[in-house]
Write a protein that binds this ligand. Structure first.
Ligand SMILES: NC(=O)c1ccc[n+]([C@@H]2O[C@H](COP(=O)([O-])OP(=O)(O)OC[C@H]3O[C@@H](n4cnc5c(N)ncnc54)[C@H](O)[C@@H]3O)[C@@H](O)[C@H]2O)c1
Length: 435
């Protein structure tokens, strides 16, 4: 099938490449000229395992192309996906201006001779956005165009997006007519995954409800970790015991500094805001957010207890990306923690396996932050090492090297990556979360 995707970021590019990989002909559109130029020159603007190979393979096979022209995308795709940002506004509600703009641009590019098109929202949006997109396209499109709007929330995880897209747990789409449903079924027929077809509103809501539930699991285990700290129980054992119950499951029960990234913080906020505007104040989710914000503050309190004053203290920070296997630093808790410490006059040196460049460009790190040359050199003379992201490199670190390089062998592990016994055996003073 011929498909187009407007917005070639994390979601648009990986989805486009995976659609091409299963045999569709895909046009990826982005209004960022620099990004499109990079892609046309064979460079991948983001780090995502396995993405480069499938992009190159499908470009070479003629199934994947890149352009800045929405008009070309609308002409070429029987189905046009929207995958543009939906960032939060100051009050937590979603900034839908990117979606509205794309809806207008699509409408102005539609022509009656193109025949029936489906405009599919893949961005994460508040319930009832599809209705607004439909109204907008109708308002700006010429007479006689035929189209339907659909919702197709995306559940990929950064860091394993290609695998998630090629082998999804489920595919959800919301439609309001059979013709659109048939096209959507055909798009996804090469994927071996259960398909749930719903109305548009339910599909939209599934995404916010799912992400908020995962965030809730994280905040729940972090709250339990606080009780563990006060009682002498070990959160790792507690999480294992809870997670062995099939109804609960072990995933998303890792105590730590809390969730970050471009999705959970904004999606929880958005779900609270849309529920509130519909007349339901979602207090449970407000607590989820509060627990998450407090995790970092409580961790910092414990660091202060050890170092007393942070001013002029040399602090090493391992991890800048919001989680492992990605270069994405949006809403990274590690970066927020670094900025908290910089505000108190600490000298923080950070290192990340993939997030150095993105942190330099988008991290907004405060004055006094420096980038380490490598994982170990940023430890030289440090009074404390803080682990902020769960990269496997850190879990497998050379403990002797840590001890040799630091001024004090003191480690605060915000992701429970290290084994306390190994740290004790190596003579490193070690603190983690909930144990
Ligand atoms: N990143 C994730 O893990 C993830 C997962 C699931 C869903 N989502 C959702 O998908 C959506 C996109 O997220 P993302 O992470 O891919 O964002 P992104 O910022 O990486 O990419 C968005 C792209 O859209 C482009 N764009 C903006 N306006 C445009 C326009 N008018 N025409 C053409 N291109 C335009 C931008 O230049 C950018 O390249 C968001 O709603 C997000 O919540 C993200």
């Amino acid at each position: 099938m011929k498909l187009s995707i407007i917005g070639t970021g994390y979601v648009g590019l990986t989805t486009g490449a995976c659609f091409a990989e299963v045999g569709h002909e895909v046009t990826c559109v982005d209004n960022n000229q620099e990004k499109v130029d990079m892609l046309l020159a064979g460079q991948i603007p983001i780090y995502e395992p396995g993405l480069e190979e499938i992009v190159k393979k499908n470009v070479a096979a003629g199934r994947l192309k890149f352009t800045t022209s929405t008009a070309d995308g609308v002409r070429d795709g029987e189905v046009v996906f929207i995958a543009v940002p939906t960032p939060p506004q100051a009050d937590g509600s979603v900034d839908l201006s990117f979606i509205e703009k794309v809806a207008r641009e699509i409408a102005e590019s539609l022509k009656p001779e193109y025949g029936f098109k489906v405009i599919v929202d893949k961005s994460t949006v508040p319930v009832k956005t599809g209705q607004k997109v439909g109204e907008t396209v109708r308002r700006y499109a010429p007479e006689g165009v035929e189209f339907s709007v659909a919702s197709n929330p995306e559940f990929l995880r950064e860091g394993c997006a290609v695998d998630d897209l090629l082998n999804p747990d489920r595919i959800v789409f919301g439609v309001d007519n059979e013709k659109a449903a048939d096209l959507m079924r055909r798009i996804y027929s090469p994927f071996n995954a259960p398909v749930l077809v719903t109305d548009i509103e339910s599909a939209e809501l599934i995404k916010h409800a799912a992400n908020s539930f995962l965030a809730l699991k994280i905040s729940y285990i972090n709250a339990v970790a606080r009780v563990c700290e006060k009682s002498g129980a070990d959160i790792e054992k507690v999480a294992e015991g809870i997670g062995m119950d099939e109804r609960i499951g072990r995933r998303f029960l890792n105590a730590g500094l809390g969730y970050g990234g471009s999705c959970f913080p904004k999606d929880v906020k958005a779900f609270i805001a849309i529920s509130e505007s519909l007349g339901y104040p979602f207090e449970l989710l407000k607590q989820v957010e509060q627990i998450n914000d407090d995790q970092r503050k409580l961790f910092l309190d414990r660091i202060r207890e050890k170092l007393w004053v942070l001013q002029e203290k040399k602090i090493a920070l391992w991890g800048l990306a919001f989680k492992q296997n990605t270069d994405d630093v949006r809403e990274s808790v590690a970066i927020k923690l670094a900025n908290d410490m910089l505000k108190e006059g600490a000298k923080v040196t950070g290192w990340d396996p993939q997030g150095m460049e993105t942190a330099k460009r988008f991290g907004n790190l405060g004055e006094g932050f420096t980038y380490g040359d490598d994982m170990y050199s940023c430890l030289d003379g440090a009074e404390v090492l803080i682990i902020g992201t769960e990269w496997p490199e850190f879990a497998n670190a050379d403990l002797e090297e840590i001890k040799k390089r630091m001024r004090n062998p003191l480690v605060f592990d915000g992701r429970n990556l290290m084994e306390p016994e190994n740290m004790a055996a190596a003579g490193i003073e070690y603190y983690s979360i909930g144990r």
